[in-house]
Design a binder for this molecule. Sequence first.
Ligand code: SDX
Length: 424
Amino acid sequence: MTDSTLKLGDKDYPVRKGSVGPEVVDIRKFYAQSGMFTYDPGFTSTASCESGLTYIDGDAGVLLHRGYPIDQLAEQSSFMEVAYLLLNHELPSKDELDKFSYTISRHTMLHEQLAQFYRGFRRDAHPMAIMCGVVGALSAFYHDSTDITDPQQRMIASHRLIAKMPTIAAMAYKYSVGQPFLYPDNSLSYTGNFLRMTFGVPAEEYVVDPVVEAAMDKIFILHADHEQNASTSTVRLAGSSGANPFACIAAGIACLWGPAHGGANEAALNMLREIGRPERIPEYIARAKNKDDPFRLMGFGHRVYKNFDPRAKVLSKAASDVLDSLGINDPVLDTARELERIALSDPYFIDKKLYPNVDFYSGVILSAIGFPTTMFTVLFALARTVGWVAQWNEMISDPDQKIGRPRQLYTGPTQRDYVPVSQR
Ligand code: SDX
């Protein structure tokens, strides 16, 4: 929808309204008409695409998936329902959900040759390194679903990725602890199947704890999608070249691994453990405020949220519920709560609008469930695969989609002649 324009120089550029949120000025013709580029490293003021999947109001602390508030989805929905919603625009009927869940469950196994892939890694390899390698290698096995121009193949590839991520993640964990891989048990829920493949052993029956299953499913919902974050933008950019979906998701996994992004959940728990006791918090707050110290409070701050991350609110409550229910008294939770209290009363954090984000409390719950910190970002990637494939499908099915090709402000040397080494 355009009903106004913005004058830049002597040209008027259309201003487009979305259904909600900031308007955009369409500058696609700006360079052709002005000979200038816009300059926005980090894309703080740039809309890279049009999307109907997820809306974030950073000032109000609102997150909607196809219009549904994240707290309602987290409390009332399931990860499979949210996956269907993101992929198919609407919440499923019971029959649609059953069919979707059945379809996903029929893709949970990995090719036996792919299981051999793990043997090439050291046992102490970081599971995210394994995820990058194994997911990228999927494109070597599924040539029948890499023709991205075929909607049917796109959907099969999407289902395969959503279905196989729990198996790949569980196998990465098993490999790291020297235990045998467990095959999927499709009589279990998506999340129950993942928990069994991760924590079950051949010697005995694994009984899924409903409290853990519900907490894990809620964590998956909270990490499913988040607008055009760094890893989603990576998936879109990779996909814009026509790369196959498995390679695109592997690129997203690599980007998510960074401690400024999805790697923050591992870093946040390591930080909380390093702080150890509430009385040591002021020392770390001082470091976080010290411009000469690269230390930042991991799990705090966000490019978009300048209010509470709504996901952090849900996880903060879930942390208490899960630890109480499991009878776990982890002092890290007390440290996290005291750190949050002190930081949110400190002018530095108030002025810079730094609040806990999704990564601040998630690690406390994951640790209580039994995951090592090295698995935290793997779990983030498992859940975010739903958002990545939904965003990728949305992009690929856009007939106007072009290859992403940003320009630059060049500040290097202007043209000069080569000087032979004998004259240098
Ligand atoms: C995720 O984009 C998404 O949607 C991401 C995500 C998703 O679901 O996909 O939500 C998931 O990545 C959450 C963020 C996880 N990262 C962390 O928790 C790492 C710690 N946080 C920061 O590194 C930082 O807050 C970012 C990277 C998250 C956001 O950085 P911005 O938007 O680029 O902001 P900035 O770095 O410019 O910071 C603004 C100011 C700076 O001070 P000044 O230069 O203005 O003086 O705030 C300071 C920063 O130094 N600051 C912090 C801080 N975060 C920002 N100071 C101390 N501790 C922090 N955590």
